[in-house]
Design a protein around this ligand. Structure first.
Ligand code: ME8
Length: 511
């Protein structure tokens, strides 16, 4: 039986249009989902939208719309972004769906039945932009006397009746949990942050609000709506049919990986496992946080007008080119800069030149000199063996890197092989062998074709469209494109289609 793998993206707030930051996290999760499928796993990949709470209610009212029609519109836009960015999700959950509301109410009831919830009064600071409560000590005072959260979000004083979750009682159990699961939080910096937050002592968490209506009503007390983070986190189990343990999808729980942005690790690595343990549900295996993108050195903001839209970027530079750039440019957990120049350089040097030209040169030599059919291997030289061994090692190397979400290393390792293949083709000079030793020429071209097949196979999760086209040109049948299929060589004489460039150079429009 296939091993299962459940991976999620954050569900995005529908208070504004999707941008490259949202696309990035979804693309990273998509690469992993596609990689696991390629590696023979039974994958369930979830994404969706987070539609309740004060922030969304305010955004709807600013647009003069009722929250439901507003969220319908914005959620559809996020789904369109996911579709156009090639996100291969198995389900797209919306927190306004009945299945979610019902599952979320059930989670509340389990926590309540376990004695983990009580009614009280909340008085303290709240940042609507972060949908988060803050302690006085976490805030900074601006020169004008106003207070802001560590994220820079303005805070307001809230005073209202509220249900609380007994988070204060979970400190020791959480610390033990992190200790027993050293890989639960990545990267290390996020793990350290979470550990020091929990070691610092936990207060009970306010989990309901009464001052607005746009949320899931608290079971048995509809004057309250659930805190949007409790509502949102529950999506990861409601999408699988929680609380129905017989739901066909429930077999995927616990999640193997929650991919998130670094600013929301506290919610995923502290509150979420505590809620689950309180309700008697298994905890997820790992939370991996991505760093923050800025654009040309500046934080993206509507007022600066520098918000990058992923679909527009894909239309300008190519979808696979953008996907490649985002995962290659920085380590996943680190912050990074989207710069137009860096993007163009990667497209022209690494994609068009290193990989595109290698494929084009190899395939057109086969088309011209081997009657357009895959030549057979000859007796292997040392040079052949070294290149083939490097190519054959790729699946194992990438498995290791991708299990740690080290996307940039996975790509760097693949490019080492591509660069080695470029060195090989220059040394072997098959174009010259054509006259002097056509048998050896055919053998060299076969080594190149096999290397390209391995490279294109492992790169499919990153660049599904272009690598699919490269595998077409290499004559690899559609059902022989997973990692396991690499073990079986393609039959000699496989007819190859006319080669066509896969990665055009990006040329600046004149003027
Ligand atoms: O936090 N760089 O939703 P959200 C990198 N609804 N990643 C970025 C980014 C940037 N500049 N901007 C956004 C929420 N992201 C909650 C989540 S989950 C149960 C609920 C990505 O719409 C990053 O992954 O604010 C971040 O965590 C996510 O978008 C935040 O999306």
């Amino acid at each position: 039986m296939k091993q299962r793998y459940y991976i999620t993206t954050p569900i995005y707030y529908v208070n504004g249009a999707p941008h490259i930051g949202h696309a990035y996290t979804s693309i990273a999760a998509d690469v992993l989902a596609r990689w696991k499928r390629l590696d023979g796993f039974d994958v369930f990949f979830l994404t969706g939208t987070d539609e309740h709470g004060q922030k969304v209610e305010q955004a709807a009212s600013e647009m003069g719309l009722d929250p439901q029609s507003y969220t319908d519109q914005v959620s559809a836009d996020f789904r369109d972004m996911a579709d156009r960015m090639g996100i291969s999700y198995d389900d797209f959950i919306r927190t306004t769906e009945e299945r979610h509301k019902a599952g979320c109410a059930a989670l509340w009831q389990r926590m309540e039945a376990a004695g983990e919830i009580y009614l009280g009064h909340y008085e303290g600071w709240y940042a609507v932009r972060d949908e988060a409560f803050y302690d006085e000590a976490e805030l900074t005072t601006r020169p004008d006397g106003s207070k802001v959260a560590p994220s820079g979000a303005p805070v307001e004083w809230v005073r209202e009746p509220s249900y609380f979750f007994r988070l204060s009682a979970w400190q020791e159990r959480l610390l033990k949990f992190y200790d027993e699961h050293p890989d639960f939080i990545a990267p290390q910096s996020s793990r350290n942050e979470v550990l020091s937050f929990v070691r610092g002592g936990l207060r009970d968490l306010s989990i309901s609000r009464t001052s607005f209506k746009w949320g899931i009503p608290v079971p048995g007390d509809p004057a309250h709506v659930m805190y949007v983070w409790l509502d949102a986190l529950a999506n990861y189990i409601t999408a699988l049919g929680y609380p129905d343990a017989d739901a066909p999808r429930w077999v995927f729980w616990p999640a193997d990986l929650h991919v998130v942005g670094k600013e929301i690790t506290r919610f995923h690595a502290v509150y979420w496992p505590a809620f689950l343990m309180a309700a008697g549900v298994a905890t997820p295996k790992r939370v991996s946080a991505n760093g923050w993108w800025v654009v040309e050195g500046e934080k993206m903001s509507k007022s600066l007008g520098n918000v990058l839209e992923a679909r527009e970027m894909a239309a300008t530079y190519g979808l696979d080119q953008v996907r490649y750039f985002l995962l290659r440019e920085k380590p996943f957990g680190a912050d990074g800069n989207v710069s137009r120049q860096a993007l163009i350089t990667r497209i022209n040097v690494e994609l068009a030149n290193d990989l595109g030209n290698l494929a084009q040169r190899s395939l057109s030599l086969i088309a011209r000199n081997c009657s357009g059919a895959l030549p057979g291997r000859g007796p292997a030289t040392e040079d052949d063996t070294a290149l083939l061994a490097a190519a054959e090692a790729l699946p194992e190397t990438l498995r290791d890197r991708l299990d740690r979400q080290a996307f940039h290393e996975a790509l760097e390792e693949t490019w080492k092989v591509i660069r080695a293949a470029n060195g090989y083709i220059d040394r072997q000079a098959p174009w010259a062998l054509r006259r002097t030793d056509p048998v050896r020429m055919a053998a060299v071209l076969r080594v190149l074709a096999d290397t390209l097949r391995a490279v294109a196979t492992v790169l499919q999760p990153f660049m599904p469209g272009s690598m699919g086209r490269m595998l077409d040109q290499l004559g690899v049948p559609k059902d022989a494109r997973d990692l396991a299929a690499l073990a079986a060589p393609l039959p000699d004489g496989t007819p190859l289609p006319e080669p066509q460039g896969v990665f055009p150079r990006y040329v600046e429009a004149a003027g």
